[in-house]
Design a protein around this ligand. Sequence first.
Ligand code: ADP
Length: 501
Amino acid sequence: MTKDLMENKGLDDSCLGDSGLLRELSYIDGRWVRADSGAVFAVLNPADGGMLGHVPDMGATEAQKAVEAAKAALPDWRALTAKQRSGLLKAWYGLVLDHADSLARLLTAEQGKPLAEAKGEILYGASFIEWFAEEAKRVYGETIPSHKADARVIVTREPVGVVAAITPWNFPHGMITRKVAPALAAGCTVVLKPAEDTPLSALALAVLAEKAGIPPGVLNIVTGSKAMAAEIGTVLTTHPEVRKVSFTGSTATGRLLMSQAADSVKKISLELGGNAPFIVFDSADLDLAVAGAMACKFRNAGQTCVCANRIYVQDGVYEDFAARLAEQVRALQVGPGTQDGVQIGPLINAAALEKVRDHVADAQQKGAQTVCGGAPHEAGPLFFAPTLMTEMDETMRLCREETFGPVAGLFRFKTEAEVIKAANDTSYGLASYLYSRDLGQAFRVSEALEYGMVGVNAPVLSAESIPFGGIKQSGIGREGGRQGIEEFTNLKYTLMGGLAG
Ligand code: ADP
């Protein structure tokens, strides 16, 4: 690819050449490889439909090879000291930081989010590599007072073995590092299948992992089109050598992968859909609540599993809140993520746009008022205008399903008990938010919310140091924090007997 062409695509020259970050090959057993069939699929820029490149369209055979490579690499990798693995992860972390700007450009090119958000995601993703490089050295066991006089009880944590990771397109960098970094830190090896819409960020991470000296077979990447996802997924969830499946994506796919993994009783972590309630009480600091709703709802054009889906506003502040929010929603800048000042990029693909359009039309039909937006945006075929709707109710699809778009829907409520019931009336249980200056209310409501995470007067929850995850049909397991590495370990209990002299 020439430099001109690269610039046209919004990329920079760090993507060029054999050592560049833009790779159109998959990475198995330390080698950059094509699909056995030679098939490829195109990666498109959602902002303008431009073609960014072609990556291998792999299937079951390549997935099997990747698992075998990961298995072969496991004994040496787990035999390293934690400090040695930590050192390699730190080298990887350093390289990600060194290339943060280029990685961000690549991410925006294939995913669409504004460049400033993409840079934020690269640093966020890198923070997991740093964190788990540190945590590698703290995988503590314990000794337990023995139940036998001539014995001692030792409990240790061991790496689970080969890990399969399947990741989504909405955070093409961060969702990978928060699985791969703890897995590698714990002494596991990994086969990663990135989302078909955003494989380039995954491959760029592998370029840097290789440069950092992470040995062949420790991290393998199998790319595949949407049509091949099930075939690759079947190998990754049923292969007897895969001991753990870590998935982030839709609840429907998570449910399927969980059932496939059941046959061989694999350990599993799932980060699935959300339907986050965002509750604004009469007692809230409204400036804070409006700013919070904007950050929580419109980041990544509303394509995050923790973003506010149902905004419940108490009767006393409803009109005021709606008016202030409308002013800010109208002011959002829509356009390609590479353009200065843009806050809302394109949606990922045509299916995503269709879903958002359907949710809006359904709400309008059932009586919602459209304050602003409500239709696709002229910036291009995948852009949707930032939308605010009021007078939403529980019969609307937006109330039941994740919208995953730049649409804020306001629901009116009167009492605390009523809003707790409404907020919990969903099969999801990932993130939830409440705004209140009444301390008693903040405690009462946060304890009553059936969610894995609650933000009280705080719209952005995630960080490398916290256990991120959901309950109910939003998932199993936690990512990040001290807990995040435990997900990739098994406990071993050893009884040291016969110690009497
Ligand atoms: P979305 O609908 O947001 O794209 P998905 O759950 O379909 O969410 O996708 C998340 C990840 O799961 C992607 O990497 C996708 O390729 C993968 N995926 C989808 N279907 C399957 C499947 N049957 N087996 C394995 N992976 C799958």
